[in-house]
Design a protein around this ligand. Sequence first.
Ligand code: ATP
Ligand code: MG
Ligand code: MG
Length: 380
Amino acid sequence: GGTIGVLGGGQLGRMLALAGRAMGYRFATLDPTPDSPCGQVADRQVTAPYHDAAAARELAELSDVITYEFENVDADVTELLMKESYVPQGSKLLYTTQHRLREKRAIEAAGVKVAPYAEIGSVEELREAVGRFGLPCVLKTAMGGYDGKGQWVIRHEDEIAEAYETLARAGTELVLEQFIRFEKELSVIAARSPRGEVKTFPAAENEHVNNILHLSIVPARVPADVVERAEKMAAAIAEGLDVVGLIAVELFLTADGELFVNELAPRPHNSGHYTMEACRTSQFEQHVRAICNLPLGDPSLMQPVVMVNVLGEHVQPLLDWVVKPESESLEPGVTAKIHLYGKAEAKNGRKMGHVNVLADTPEAAFRWIEASRIWEPNNK
Ligand code: ATP
Ligand code: MG
Ligand code: MG
């Protein structure tokens, strides 16, 4: 028993609370939006900005264990929570993964490869590094970016000054990365408990649309040795960074079979939502087990699955599909499990839910995705 406090009340916190409640835990969350996705399923919500010290203290008082569902937690808030409650994930993992340069150095120290990168402090340094890496390359803010925001793919020399000026306005350091002409993007979620047990979920093959995750396909359609190497890299990172809880590892796979880590997230990850019905243990249950120092669950895959994200523009077509007889588009042996996050406003591009399509083959899942017409490109 006991109460788990979640800093952040979004969908990741919601699904964490749903899994943890089934295990007998109570939940409290802190979020600025009243009745947040997590707040709707938690016992208590403290409604305040994330950096509000009094609110953080209130969350600490309500909670026996504290975790977070995003990585941009204020250092002062983390320190306060650690003093007033128990934060098994610690502050170091947040400090590392909040900043792309610190993160890349930590990954390299764990013996794992990242795409070639350079720290950029001036437009001259950018020019020099672009000369070294060749075009195209990707300039990123070191902190705060998500869904492709805070980055610029430099394709021509004449963009260098504008790219630098635009991203420098964010006020954080900048990182230049070599552009990796990847064949596929993969991700592996690893869990590590305070007693040092490590388990990895099966690698997912991810497809993005407009820099937002669209599909995760599991098992990934890559050679077995690639999956094995990707899972080993994730385990090495979990160990090297002394992770407690989950660490999501995003990877690029090149045509000649090389793997580079793109970035990390020290929390449940969108590309791990497939685990909810397809694995013996979901990523959310695994995170609860890890932070509560329980033995980790078996992450193995029970059935092939394709996870599709439901963005704002897909909600109405999804609801239209739900009221039709399923047999119109679902062939036998295919199951579409719908998850909605309880967000009020279905803005275009906003993550509102996802569907886990369980099927014997990814092709059968793709046939339903097409037949349902929920993700037609003109649904905007
Ligand atoms: P997220 O929402 O996953 O946190 P983010 O804004 O932190 O996204 P990244 O994951 O760094 O951004 O990049 C977004 C996408 O841009 C990647 O998934 C990949 O498709 C592409 N990308 C990023 N860096 C590179 C690179 N060095 N080479 C090629 N493509 C890249
Ligand atoms: Mg990111
Ligand atoms: Mg990413």
